[in-house]
Design a protein around this ligand. Structure first.
Ligand code: PHE
Length: 449
């Protein structure tokens, strides 16, 4: 996006838009389901508070200080030390994420289309089979994924002024309201309380090193942390923006939406007898059942809610894919000196190829596996659990140990006018807590300790 194309409120909204997406509504519930429910959520909160919020502030500090694209911003904060490679890592990570994210966003487009046509009604078996058949089709999901990347491309090329900003102001609150309505509907289904219990009562016997890494990865993925997305957006913040408050508000909103998504999915899953650990298909199998069963007496209301829900999910996913696409586009445009349109095409092409591979690996082409995982799962694992934490780790080391303390203080406190007392706490997190925790989780995961 061109510099100054957002208003001040708009840019904070855009950052929230990047954070809130399929990570909250699709990935969070199935991660929680596979990792023991409440115990996972407990660890997730810990990661958000201890590592996520300080990490977000770090990217904000680098971005606003640099007032430029992410690679230059990393250079500016600690000159002559070649830290721009962290920016490069961010581009690679967000490109891979866009590749598999578009596949799931494409599923949402298909579900929007199907719910408009009223195709999603039937019993649990039917809905399960519908997802199975659709997702393993060789053509349809690929086309939807490419369509989604195409939508992102258009926004990136045409610019985002006005439209997206104005739409965000209306659609984000609407998503929140709709989530609450669906949560209530889901909790009123017979046998739903079992799902609420699963989500709220922790069973720590399920916690292993792996669960900890999954919680860490989910926290970073959901906050868009570790890809330099936040850094890029923060370069558009004004000198008056309160970075600490912005990080706190966005993290809170993001977490509330994730929890609501959990409360929407699990009661329904338990009620209709879908296994909570059924993985990436979870929301696509449980939700059509909620729309049908909860609104059985009022089918028109069920229809409208289902259409609106998938439309809002598509919109939430789009505001996230825009942020992923923008980093790569800015790189090819500003650093490789391609015209912006061409730069966007490079990214669109690379991501489309990756998306096709990820989509086919789900069922149509069985051999598309890496280390036993489908390409989609592998890209998800590689980015969320390795590349994002690595990006956040390197950012903390850069800021904590190589950047000038006075620069950090000026950015954090807006030249001494805000949060003076919090500065040493944040610095301590950035120097010690964040890198040490990430390192320990890595070492534990790989069996070194
Ligand atoms: N945070 C986004 C979501 O929750 C995903 C994302 C990850 C966006 C990394 C940008 C960068 O859906």
């Amino acid at each position: 996006m061109e510099r100054s194309s957002f208003s001040r409120v708009g840019i904070i909204l855009a950052t929230a838009g990047s954070a809130v997406g399929l990570g909250n509504v699709w990935r969070f519930p199935f991660m929680a389901g596979q990792n023991g429910g409440a115990a996972f959520i407990f660890l997730y909160f810990g990661c958000i508070l201890l590592l996520g919020i300080p990490g977000m502030i770090s990217e904000f500090v680098i971005g606003r200080h640099g007032q430029s694209n992410a690679f230059r911003a990393y250079d500016t904060i600690a000159p002559h030390r070649h830290w721009r490679f962290v920016g490069y890592l961010g581009i690679l990570t967000s490109t891979i994420i866009l590749g598999f994210y578009a596949v799931v966003a494409g599923w949402c487009l298909q579900y929007l289309y199907a719910s408009l046509r009223g195709e999603l009604s039937g019993d649990v078996g039917y809905v399960q089979q519908y997802f199975q058949e659709f997702s393993s089709d060789p053509i349809k999901p690929c086309l939807w994924a490419i369509a989604f990347i195409g939508m992102t491309h258009v926004v990136i090329v045409k610019g985002v002024k006005g439209g997206i900003e104005r739409a965000s102001k209306i659609l984000m609150p609407l998503l929140l309201v709709l989530l609450v309505v669906i949560v209530v509907a889901s909790c009123l289904l017979p046998g739903a309380m079992e799902g609420v219990r699963f989500l709220l009562l922790p069973d720590f016997s399920k916690v292993s090193a792996n669960v900890l890494l999954e919680a860490l990865g989910q926290a970073f993925f959901s906050l868009s942390l570790g890809t330099a997305c936040l850094c890029t957006y923060a370069s558009y913040y004004s000198k008056e923006t309160d970075l600490v408050a912005a990080a706190g508000q966005i993290a809170l909103l993001d977490t509330v939406i994730a929890i609501l998504a959990g409360l929407m999915i699990f009661p329904a899953a338990f009620s209709v007898g879908v296994e909570p650990d059924s993985g990436p298909s979870l929301i696509f199998i449980t939700l059509p059942n909620v729309f049908q069963q909860a609104f059985a007496g009022l089918p028109a209301v069920g229809y409208i809610i289902s259409v609106m829900f998938y439309a809002l999910l598509v919109f939430a996913a789009l505001t996230s894919t825009i942020s992923m696409h923008e980093i790569g586009t800015a790189f090819f445009h500003e650093e490789m000196h391609l015209p912006r349109k061409k730069a966007a095409w490079v990214l669109t092409t690379v991501c489309s190829v990756l998306a096709i591979g990820c989509s086919l690996s789900i069922g149509a082409v069985d051999g598309l596996r890496i280390m036993g995982h489908t390409l989609l799962d592998f890209c998800d694992f590689l980015t969320a659990q390795l590349m994002l934490p690595a990006g956040a780790f390197l950012t903390s080391i850069l800021l904590g140990w190589f950047a000038a303390r006075q620069t950090l203080r000026n950015e954090f406190t807006n030249n001494g006018t805000l949060h003076e007392k919090l500065f040493p706490i944040w610095l301590c997190c950035v120097r010690y807590v964040v890198p040490i925790c990430i390192l320990l989780i890595f070492l534990h995961q790989f069996g070194v300790i």
